[in-house]
Design a protein around this ligand. Structure first.
Ligand code: SAM
Length: 275
């Protein structure tokens, strides 16, 4: 029996789609996990009732979290992904031949297991010998790491439950320590319509720790408001100074050399969050 699913963004607004059937529904140690088959967007992963990814539009988020920083760094070799248990971010990272190793620290092994079962094109790089998967807390991994990574990608859930600590100044400071002296990090920082304060804090904290701090956006139909942001902190390299001929074809569907720069062009109300 099909039914309408709504992810409530506020008490008065939500995002709705029709679900054909529920494939999995489990309370894991960390969160409520649901995998559903939708009519418009293919299989969809939900954590605590929030849309994490869908088969149809996942490419936007995964290409944008990975390729903007990986083309900003001239030679990324050692990459860390925090969260990202569906596997889409590591799939994109591995398209960069300079990357020798990608370490993924995901707190909830069930997200990986169910993604391997129901999100086949997203989780397809688990098993690649360049991937080390650690089931554990990304925050703790960061605290233990020093001068280790060229690029760190924070592909986390919203700042509730296990990801609560990931939107704090202490976490960004830990990331700075875990990065090499010319390292770059990117974190997903939600949307400017309903989470303006989260973005403001993220970019302000990043500015205090990194010499280069920038916000960029993309459009994702199944995320609240459709407009999504990423916050980048960089010790040396500026994403706006990358030479366009250094950006090669990644065989994707969203990211292009032109979009690399265009994604940093912000509407006025979003610019205002970065002041
Ligand atoms: N793309 C999504 C979005 O923006 O809504 C997020 C993807 S989802 C796969 C994020 C993952 O972060 C989840 O699988 C969750 O288990 C994981 N996560 C949350 N807190 C974590 C932590 N402290 N350490 C490692 N992974 C964590």
């Amino acid at each position: 029996m099909s039914f309408w699913f709504t992810e409530k963004q506020t008490s008065a607004f939500g995002i709705t789609g029709k679900v054909n059937r529920t494939l999995e529904s489990e309370k894991t140690t960390f969160q409520q996990l649901d995998m559903v088959e939708t009519q418009e967007f293919g299989n969809m992963l939900l954590l605590d009732g929030m849309v994490m990814t869908t088969e149809k539009d996942e490419f936007v988020y995964h290409e944008m979290i990975a390729h903007v920083p990986l083309f900003t760094h001239p030679s990324p070799k050692n990459v860390l992904v925090v969260g990202g248990g569906d596997g889409g971010t590591i799939r994109e990272v591995l398209k960069h031949s300079s990357v020798g190793k990608v370490t993924q620290v995901e707190i909830d092994g069930k997200v990986v297991d169910y993604s391997k079962k129901h999100l086949l094109d997203i989780s397809c790089e688990y098993g690649n010998p360049r991937v080390e998967l650690i089931i554990g807390d990304g925050f703790e991994h960061i605290i233990k790491s020093e001068n280790r990574y060229d690029v760190i990608l924070v592909d986390s859930t919203e700042p509730v439950g296990p990801a609560a600590g990931m939107f704090t100044k202490g976490f960004y400071a830990g990331i700075a320590k875990a990065l090499k002296k010319d390292g770059i990090f990117v974190a997903q920082t939600d949307n400017p319509w309903f989470k303006a304060d989260l973005i403001k804090n993220a970019i302000h904290d990043t500015k205090e720790i990194f010499p280069i701090a920038r916000l960029y956006t993309c459009n994702i139909p199944t995320y609240p408001s459709g407009m999504w942001t990423f916050t980048m902190g960089s010790k040396v390299y500026d994403p706006l100074n990358v030479s366009i001929d250094k950006i090669s074809d990644i065989n994707g569907k969203y990211y292009t050399p032109e979009l690399h720069y265009a994604s940093f062009v912000l509407p006025k109300f979003v610019q205002n969050l970065c002041r």
